[in-house]
Design a protein around this ligand. Structure first.
Ligand SMILES: [Zn+2]
Ligand SMILES: [Zn+2]
Length: 389
């Protein structure tokens, strides 16, 4: 491993920042203390600091040499609505909120890289350090893009990183193409005709129709998606009725779909529409589908991923850069930034084996052993993307 010495020397300080952030988790668009923390640190390193994009977003800009080429490095700052079950000293002090996805670590590592790069200036050009709010659920990254992130801070490419439990510390997963899936949501409302439970022939039963729709939706993935592609259709709620002897008027189904390709997303939506309205009509009911596109797939571009792999190899060695790990059916709002600019999103090993629980688990904690790895990766990436001379 070729960690950057100055970053290793600062690792205890960066760890202290990380734990401070962990103690004070803040959720979507309310990251006021976190944003202040980030802005104060960036200012103390001598960066230009811009605040207010997507309400609590912070962008720090660092220039070195005379070049005008620019890249963006992005970290997310938000926590989860989750009650932490850890009881170490740096556990959450905010009731019902927790840094259960490691964004405390992401923020600290990018600050650590900014601190080093501001001092050493080993690149020629402009690095924008993008600290975004509200990655979880409400796409703060999209809000930053919509509010002009890349017009105000032009970048030729943008890079992201997420910690990954189950991968050893000191390994980095790099992949061209889809890295994470789209996440769409659907709401189906079936209207039948209520009846006495003893006289079903006098009604139109939305529960039976809904059941048939649930089963038919399973065939989208098994019969309509190319077997060499990937997709998920999950019905996650089925609500209807209120007692044992009444056939209700209405049934509501909700759920999520996942895919890596926009054309698969389109096909899923179209097939769902046909199934929902077709099955309802076949039974004399009506049904509506509200299909909402939430997160696009996170797709890494080839050249920038090649650069990310070189930066990762410079830090952890080529043998620890993993390019054969399967993509995830989870979603990530960095996808919006990758729709706007080329770039690459990598996974940083957070540790495997005993005690390495998954993100969003109430016992999760970001692994501080990964801090110097992640911060060194960011610094090498800036160096390689914007070489001197
Ligand atoms: Zn998360
Ligand atoms: Zn996350």
């Amino acid at each position: 491993m070729e960690l950057i010495d100055e970053i290793v020397a600062n690792a205890a300080e960066i760890t202290a920042w990380r734990r401070d952030l962990h103690m004070h988790p803040e959720t979507a668009f309310e990251e006021h203390r976190t944003a202040q923390f980030v802005a104060d640190k960036l200012e103390s390193f001598g960066l230009e600091v811009n605040r207010g994009l997507a309400r609590t977003g912070v962008v720090g800009t660092l220039r070195a040499g005379t070049g005008n080429r620019a890249i963006g490095l992005r970290a997310d700052m938000d926590a989860l609505d989750l009650h932490e079950l850890n009881d170490f000293a740096h556990k959450s002090r905010h009731q019902g909120k927790m840094h259960g996805c490691g964004h405390d670590g992401h923020t600290a590592m990018l600050l650590g890289a900014a601190q080093y790069l501001a001092k050493a200036k080993p690149f020629d050009g402009i690095v924008h350090f993008i600290f975004q709010p509200a990655e979880e659920n409400v796409a703060g990254g999209k809000v930053m893009v919509d509010e002009g992130l890349f017009e105000k801070f032009p970048c030729e490419a943008v890079y992201g990183m997420h910690n990954m439990p189950g991968i050893d510390v000191g390994k980095i997963v790099v992949r061209t193409g889809p890295m994470m899936a789209s996440a769409d949501m659907f709401f189906i409302k079936i209207r039948g005709t209520g009846a006495h439970g003893a006289y079903p022939h006098r009604g139109v039963d939305p529960i039976v129709i809904g059941s048939e729709i649930v089963m038919a939706l399973q065939q989208i993935v098994s019969r309509n998606v190319d077997p060499l592609e990937s997709a998920v259709v999950s019905v996650c709620q089925f609500n209807s009725g209120h007692t044992t002897n009444v056939i209700p008027e209405e049934a509501i189904l909700t759920g999520t779909t996942r895919a890596f390709l926009p054309e698969v997303q389109d096909m899923i939506e179209a097939r769902m529409q046909q199934i929902v309205t077709g099955i309802a009509a076949a039974h004399g009911a009506t049904a509506t589908l509200d299909y909402q596109r939430r997160y696009p797939p996170t797709i890494n571009t080839a050249d920038e991923t090649e650069l990310a792999a070189r930066a990762a190899a410079a830090v952890v060695g080529r043998q620890n850069v993993l390019n054969n790990v399967a993509p995830s059916m989870g979603a990530e709002d960095f996808a919006w930034m990758l729709q706007a600019r080329p770039g690459s999103y990598v996974w940083l090993g957070n540790g495997a084996g005993e005690g390495s629980c998954m993100v969003h688990n109430p016992r999760y904690d970001f692994n501080d052993q990964a801090i110097a790895v992640g911060a060194s990766y960011w610094a090498r990436l800036a160096e390689l993307a914007l070489p001197r001379g």
